[in-house]
Design a protein around this ligand. Structure first.
Ligand SMILES: *Cc1c(COP(=O)(O)O)cnc(C)c1O
Length: 220
């Protein structure tokens, strides 16, 4: 199967309201260009340096999503061009994104990452931390960011019920906060679902899926 046909068959089965992020981490630009030529314009990367290198080489109508964990000291490299940062999990990081966005005279869209998996290794805020962040006065001062929604990664398991429970929990949080009415926080995006679980994620209410290996093949 070619990249173009993989993309096509995934696009065909996605409901209209679901946005596909093609996760291209570790893949060469030639692979990304195949997806681009097949019409894909949203790419997800998990390393800032790799994303920046690809950005420089590729057409400028691409929207670049940072889906990995973000180190504060590297925000400046992607601030000129990043379209959406999925993995934001602290006020400190939001403040840095705001600062760098401001330097570039732009607003940067962010998703807050929520810890929904059993594994400790996955990053993200818990319910109480999310609540605190959204109610903090510090957040209101950040004029160069927009919080667009939530993101989460389920536990790596074959147990569908477990995954469903985690996605259901994230959807519940999203529903609770989607009507939050702050100047810089209006949530409409729920980023959940990867190659192995995106159908389930969509049935649980996801409207943005991040799919890598089902499009580009496995990673070594
Ligand atoms: C790698 C990655 C994906 C895509 O994973 P696949 O299983 O290849 O679809 C999605 N989200 C995040 C955060 C990732 O790091």
């Amino acid at each position: 199967m070619s990249i173009a046909s993989n993309l096509q068959s995934i696009q065909n089965e996605l409901p209209e309201n679901v946005t596909l992020v093609a996760v291209s981490k570790t893949k060469p630009v030639t692979d990304l260009m195949q997806a681009y030529e097949a019409g894909q314009r949203i790419f997800g990367e998990n390393k800032i340096q790799e994303m920046t290198e690809k950005y420089e080489q590729m057409p400028k109508d691409i929207q670049w999503h940072m889906i990995g964990h973000v180190q504060t000291n590297k925000v400046k490299f992607m601030a000129p061009f990043v379209s959406l940062i999925h993995g934001v999990d602290s006020l400190k990081l939001l403040q840095e994104i705001n600062k760098q966005a401001s330097k570039n005279n732009r607003t940067i869209d962010c998703l807050l990452q929520i810890h929904i998996a059993e594994e400790d290794t996955k990053f993200g805020l818990d319910d109480a931390e999310l609540q605190d962040l959204l109610h903090s006065d510090e957040l209101k001062k950040l004029q160069n960011i927009q919080i667009k929604g939530l993101m989460g990664m389920a536990t790596f398991t074959e147990n569908k019920l477990q995954i469903e429970k985690e996605f259901g929990y994230l959807k519940k949080l999203f529903d609770r906060y989607k009507n939050t009415d702050l100047e810089n926080c209006k949530m409409n995006t729920l980023s959940m679902g990867m190659s192995g679980d995106y159908q389930l994620a969509i049935s649980c209410g996801s409207n943005m899926v991040r799919i890598g290996s089902s499009i580009f093949g496995g990673r070594v």
